[in-house]
Design a protein around this ligand. Structure first.
Ligand code: SAM
Length: 172
């Protein structure tokens, strides 16, 4: 059963983080044979970035956020962080990034799914046509993503007793 309103905040956080780890690991398998950098859209405290860095130690990882909240050990160097509103940085960063991304992970949600919907659709519309062929877009909101195939997400192993957190997985 997906996580619901009856779970405590602690259980919801555990479900979210366990789902993110399982799906980032799954995404790494999907893109094993695909060249290209990794995008972390929503660097935040750098938790998922630090997992990406462990999975992709040999690839460039670019991170996006309004500002830096992540400690130095959980973020890229300043030359790989694109600061500002996603609505600008996602459109302006492509010359620097220099190659179609193999994986983009968008962790952009707030408490209000409704308020996040327009931004999520924007992220999907910018990333979908720029992904490498076979590349993956993974995120915590429905990003629409015309031209991409939405894949089922529950097919990942979660620790026993952990309910899946809603997450969205698309492949070009
Ligand atoms: C859920 S947090 C990311 C958590 C992070 N992935 C982690 O594991 O620590 C979402 C982040 O997206 C950033 N963000 C949200 N909307 C944004 C926007 N329109 N432009 C730039 N950054 C934004 C917030 O500042 C926040 O740091």
């Amino acid at each position: 059963m997906p996580v619901g309103a009856n779970e405590s905040q602690l259980e919801r956080m555990i479900a979210r983080l366990a789902t993110q780890r399982a799906l980032l690991d799954r995404a790494a398998e999907f893109i094993a044979g695909i060249d290209g950098p990794i995008l972390e859209i929503g660097l935040g405290k750098g938790r998922t970035y630090s997992h990406l860095r462990r999975l992709f130690s040999d690839r460039e990882i670019w991170a996006f956020d309004y500002e830096i909240h992540a400690p130095a050990h959980s973020r890229p160097g300043p030359d790989r962080i694109l600061l500002g509103d996603f609505r600008e940085s996602l459109l302006n960063g492509w010359t620097e990034i220099g190659a179609p991304p193999a994986l983009a992970h968008a962790d952009i949600g707030t408490e209000s799914r409704r308020a996040d919907a327009a931004l999520a659709q924007f992220v999907g519309s910018v990333i979908a046509p720029r992904l490498a062929p076979g590349g993956i877009l993974l995120g915590d909101r429905d990003m629409g993503c015309a031209g991409l195939t939405r894949l089922e997400t529950p097919a990942v192993p979660l620790p026993e007793g952990i309910a899946p957190w809603p997450y969205y997985l698309y492949r070009r």
